[in-house]
Design a protein around this ligand. Structure first.
Ligand SMILES: Nc1nc2c(c(=O)[nH]1)N[C@@H](CN(C=O)c1ccc(C(=O)N[C@@H](CCC(=O)O)C(=O)O)cc1)CN2
Length: 286
């Protein structure tokens, strides 16, 4: 058996077309254009690419976007003041501070300064809490994208399914587990303290690998036919982008698999557009 591929690029293209249509409809109905502010501090090469791609995606969807770039010497107080100003800007419906931030800036403090009403990254404790108790809030983009990928293969309701999440970060592992739970899956969270990871993953109908380490999931750890979602972004020995999953091995046993690149990555930016759209619609209805 060779796994079928869940194509994040193709799904993204489809969802972005839908978002663009929603943006045009909102503009026609209420004169509101969804607006996203992206803040980048420092000169991290990968971050420069990601913020450019976010702004480009906004342009293609008909959104208004502003990219604020600051050098690494920006102080925490200056950054907090910029976030406060954007909180009070009615043309901005979403605020995103690109991570990682320089070490002298407390990212938690920055995220908590973003108004929960504009937290389109879904990182604020209010957003995490809303997800936990099933209230309205923004969902973290990467796990939200994973859920949409599952939905695209007919796995919206996971009742009776066992999902195993590898990784417990605040921005992927934990919200991923909450979203799977909300979709009625039986969820196991595994991490660096898990005694026998393979014993857990071999029971799983869905495995989400999100640790940032190559070959964390190999073919002997996967139940035949399982769905494998790879959130990892690593470099192999030749410098090529790869995920957390041993793709060539695992695709021999899995039923479905997401590639890296072209899987979860593009969905992260797409769900950012979806959240910003949602925020603008909420503002229009307020
Ligand atoms: N404020 C945030 N910071 C960061 C986030 C985030 O969601 N919000 N996530 C990551 C980086 N990220 C978005 O910001 C991101 C990473 C990767 C991709 C992507 O499309 N990857 C491509 C490959 C790109 C390449 O060739 O390098 C893929 O997987 O196909 C999009 C967004 C950390 N920071």
């Amino acid at each position: 058996m060779t796994a079928q591929i869940i194509d994040g690029k193709a799904l993204s293209a489809q969802l972005r077309t839908e978002v663009a249509a929603r943006a045009a409809a909102l503009k026609a109905k209420s004169g509101i254009t969804p607006g996203l502010a992206v803040i980048l501090v420092g000169d991290n090469q990968a971050s420069q690419v990601y913020v450019r791609n976010k702004v480009k995606a906004c342009e293609e969807a008909g959104f208004h976007s502003v990219l604020e770039k600051y050098d690494a010497a920006m102080t925490e107080a200056e950054l907090l003041a910029r976030v406060e100003a954007l909180n009070n800007d009615p043309t901005i419906h979403g605020i995103l501070v690109q991570l990682p931030l320089p070490k002298h800036i407390d990212d938690h403090k920055v995220i908590e300064t973003i108004s929960p009403a504009k937290d389109v990254d879904g990182f604020h404790v209010a957003s995490a809490g809303a997800l936990m108790v099933g209230e309205v809030g923004f969902k973290a983009c990467t796990p939200y994208g994973c859920m949409r990928m599952l939905e695209s293969i007919g796995m919206k309701d996971l009742r009776g399914k066992h999902a195993v999440v590898i990784g417990r970060s605040n921005i992927v592992g934990k919200p991923m587990a909450m979203m799977l739970l909300a979709a009625n899956a039986t969820v196991t969270i595994t991490h660096s303290g898990t005694a026998d990871l393979g014993a857990m993953t071999r029971q799983a109908d869905v495995v989400v690998a999100a640790v940032g380490k190559r070959n964390v999931l190999t073919r002997d750890m996967v139940k035949p036919g399982a769905v494998v979602i790879d959130v990892g972004m690593n470099r192999d020995d030749d410098g090529k982008l790869c995920g957390d999953v041993d793709y060539e091995g695992v695709r021999q046993v899995a039923g479905w698999i997401t590639p890296v690149p072209g899987g979860v990555g593009p969905m992260t930016i797409t769900m950012l557009l979806v959240n910003t759209m949602e925020s603008a619609e909420r503002a229009a209805n307020a």
